[in-house]
Design a protein around this ligand. Structure first.
Ligand code: NAD
Length: 477
């Protein structure tokens, strides 16, 4: 087993980054990080107190006038430096994530995605435009878009720095300053990014990065009167708390990216091998801890035996083990709570469906779960209805197009969906009825209880700009 020493633990940054300085928490509280691979405690991370969180917001507020006065290219220059530093730190970031939440270093791409996001927004600050009008006699009217002030971002643990970049880059290029709260299960990559923010030379207070639990720092941010926008990715349970806190405090705008129970529908004319490969990847990558993972597969009865046989074969070939080792593609779940939750769903699944893969136990002391397939699970079973967030998939069959669309949509989640067919008319007909999907340059976000608002390169900046109308009375016009 690759040992945790492969990254020098004593050099890992675990402090809070507030107003351009690394500080211990004001009350000196720390929380332990436990390796999901070995169950050993390996780091103590500083827990932001209420005072620390307030200090981070105050720093962001103080930094706002100078930062918002810069032009987009001036702000973008810092982004390009940060993006380059993130790329240089790729290996270390991959190791830190593997250590904290068990993601195999082999498939780590978050550093590339985060760097590309900062590079993209470095060039895109001039999107902050609006309209003018001569429609009112005697007036030239205009609307302008302005930053809100302090933006908070609260991120989850499955792809932490992807969300850090996806929320911060558009907020910052629009002229806002930010406070990011990382997540207690995987705070180390965010703290590493804080060291790179310092190196890139951002002015103190423009980016503040704190670690800690939701009920302390997260709760302060969501109730804070100076936080004007809160962009959140995580569970529906927390999303509801945040929206309530916003309503109870200052009516801050909230962007909520929440959970999913995404369907994939496979028709007989699909390329079966490709459908197997892609649906397998979707539910197995990151041990199934992906909001968009296709955790429900509906396959047409006529091809079901072939599809299921191929799927099981492919699903069983994953290489399970220490995520710090190269070439392994299936690590442990993020922590004990996640492990117990997935195990409870598996027990419930065994009672309601037929298990076709995954009964073997894994000879490993960490929080590993073998990829698992349930067949013929009733539509109202707990494992069909609820988000499991593990490498567990239900495969059910169908005969009729309308029937399968109704089943696919029969959930309060609405984050992502896929259709496999070569018939473009059928594909588009169904796409119109199903919930959305994801591409870098297209808006992403949930229907129904999967969220509120849209994120993505083409739209995220809109979440961080207010529109103001200005009426200008012109003499003799
Ligand atoms: P979570 O809701 O438990 O935690 C997310 C963040 O919220 C953490 O930083 C946590 O500390 C914070 N938090 C917890 N309680 C809080 C409170 N009372 N106030 C403020 N903040 C609080 O979610 P998670 O377990 O980290 O992530 C898994 C969930 O996230 C799954 O449901 C998954 O589907 C969803 N997710 C959605 C997307 C998306 O883009 N839609 C992406 C990834 C994950």
């Amino acid at each position: 087993m690759a040992s945790i020493e492969s990254t020098k633990i004593q050099e890992i940054e675990t402090r809070l980054f507030i107003n351009g300085k690394f500080v211990e928490s004001s009350d000196k509280h720390t929380f332990d990080l436990t390796s999901p691979t070995t169950k050993e405690k390996f780091a103590k991370v500083y827990e932001a107190s209420e005072d620390d969180t307030n200090a981070a917001v105050a720093a962001a507020k103080a930094a706002f006038p100078a930062w918002s006065a810069l032009s987009p290219p001036q702000r973008g220059a810092y982004f390009r430096k940060l993006a380059a530093l993130i790329l240089e730190s790729h290996e270390e970031l991959a190791q830190l994530e593997a250590m904290s939440m068990g993601r195999p270093v082999s498939g780590y791409f978050d550093s590339y995605a985060a760097a590309t996001t900062f590079d993209f927004f470095a060039e895109n600050g001039y999107q902050a435009l609006r309209t003018t009008s001569l429609n009112t006699p005697g007036y030239v009217n205009m609307t302008v878009r302005q930053p809100f002030g302090v933006v908070a971002a609260i991120i989850p643990w499955n792809v932490p720095i992807l969300f850090l970049a996806g929320k911060c880059a558009p907020a910052l290029i629009a002229g806002n300053t930010v406070v990011i709260k990382s997540i207690e299960k995987a705070p180390l990559t965010s703290a590493k990014i804080a060291t790179l923010v310092e190196e890139a030379g951002f002015a103190p207070g423009v980016i503040n990065i704190i670690s800690g639990h939701g009920q302390i720092s997260g709760n302060v941010l969501s109730h804070h009167m100076y936080v004007r926008v809160l962009s959140f990715t995580g569970s529906g349970r927390t999303g509801r708390l945040i929206q309530t806190a916003a309503a109870e405090s200052n009516m801050k705008n909230v962007v909520l990216e929440l959970g999913g129970k995404s369907p994939a529908i496979i028709f007989p004319d699909a390329d079966i091998e490709k459908a197997v490969e892609e649906t397998k990847h979707s539910i197995q990558w990151n041990s199934g801890q992906v909001c968009m993972a296709n955790s429900r597969i509906y396959v047409h009865e006529s091809i079901a035996p072939t599809f299921i046989e191929l799927f099981n074969k492919r699903f069983a070939t994953v290489t399970i083990g220490d995520p710090l080792l190269p070439d392994l593609d299936h690590g442990p779940l993020a922590d004990e709570a996640q492990f117990k939750q997935v195990q409870a769903y598996i027990e419930s699944g065994k009672k309601s469906g037929k298990m076709s893969l995954g009964a073997e136990t894994i000879d490993h002391k960490g929080f590993f779960i073998q990829p698992m397939v349930f067949l013929d699970t009733p539509e109202d079973a707990q494992v069909t209805k609820e988000e499991i967030f593990g490498p567990v998939v239900n495969i059910n069959t169908f005969l009729d197009e309308d029937d399968v669309v109704a089943k696919a949509n029969n959930t309060e989640f609405g984050l992502c969906a896929a259709v496999y067919t070569k018939d473009i008319h059928r594909a588009l007909r169904i796409a119109k009825k199903l919930d959305p999907t994801l591409a870098h340059d297209m808006p992403f976000g949930g229907y129904k209880s999967s969220g509120l608002g849209r994120e993505g390169w083409s739209v995220s900046i809109n979440n961080f700009l207010e529109t103001k109308t200005i009426l200008v009375k012109v003499d003799n016009a």
